[in-house]
Design a protein around this ligand. Sequence first.
Ligand code: SAH
Length: 408
Amino acid sequence: MTTDAPQTGETTVPLPTVILKKRKALPFFSRHPWVFAGAIARVEGDPQPTDEVVLRSHEGQFIARGLYNPESNIRVRLYSWDENQPLDRALWSARLDDAIALRRKLFGKSAAGCRLVFSESDGLSGLTIDRYGDFLLVQWTSRALAARQQVFYELLNEKLSPRGIWQRTEKGVGDAEGLEIADSLATGSEPPRPLFVEENGLQFGVDVVEGQKTGFYFDQRDNRAAVARYLKGASVLDMFCYTGGFSIAAAKLGDARRVRGVDSSESALDMARRNAELNGVSSQVSFEQGDAFRTLETLVAENARFDAVILDPPKMARSRGGLERAARGYFSLNRLALDLLEPNGLLVTCSCSGLLSREDFEQILAKVALDANRSLQVLEVRGQAADHPVSVHCLETSYLKCFICRVV
Ligand code: SAH
């Protein structure tokens, strides 16, 4: 077994130490894994970028072990609260085992498509892995963890024997972390385009190489099935339909009469049409290109009506400063949707902006309902699927809200 860093102890060199400012230690004793630059009083021992460090309180008490990145606003990401547990191959291996065990419990051994590792929620801040059958899609959002990518790729190959591991980056990570990773094949063979995953008994083609984010939004799996239960015989508008996740579930699982999917991305719509065909629902489902706001406005002007409207926009708030603007965006979208709903129609409204709380979102919906002079009943308050667990130590991992509502 190899270790990535010297052990603390009498005979080995002590690790560099990051010492917090006074009264800044509580979140980290509570196991929040992000130490922002502003919380740090001083750094001792000259750690190099990506080095392992020890975090101590202002009074010198041990808190946790983490990885150091002077270029990131998250100066240290914490991985172990045990003073004797170095951040080595054995630790990463154990974390991967725990993550894999959860997904096996959820989906059985053959887990075709799921999120295998969800960053902070799986004790691996800065690493997200999605599984698409025999292929893995890995996203690094921590430079220091990415510096250990060879160890992770070896471990993944040992544990899962994937045919290929493809790595991707997320928008903005290069700047935020000083991380240069190109979209590329890490090990094995390139994933076919498209590859196919099964969800709720439906088939979906996914392009992990060119698709958005990680190719398919597994976080909505249970919500797609839940929504379908309300849609028998319904006419449905699926805004931000991407590759047809909600649309096809509505038609096939829900037996909706007619589904109209809208998205701004032509390539997503191409895949959506192929997915409709693949599932034998092309005659019920149609897809069209358009901007959501403009399309909704046009439909309202045309006096169009639907039994159900689904809104699943992309993340609208990326920073606290952007929250107000995002709230206005959510208000407009939902307000327009209400004008398209028949009496007692169904509004399925989602927000994947983690910064916008459940309560904030409820308040927006209350304003929307008042403004439209309609009553809005929340039938189901839903979140992300269980392969995207929420860490109670890092509530930023609770990001997805999906409200199923009846609009009287
Ligand atoms: N509901 C989808 C996921 C939606 S992801 C599913 O179940 O898989 C968000 C989608 O919004 C993306 O497909 C993106 O192309 C689309 N999008 C982003 N901005 C848009 C806009 N202004 N108008 C329409 N679609 C938009």
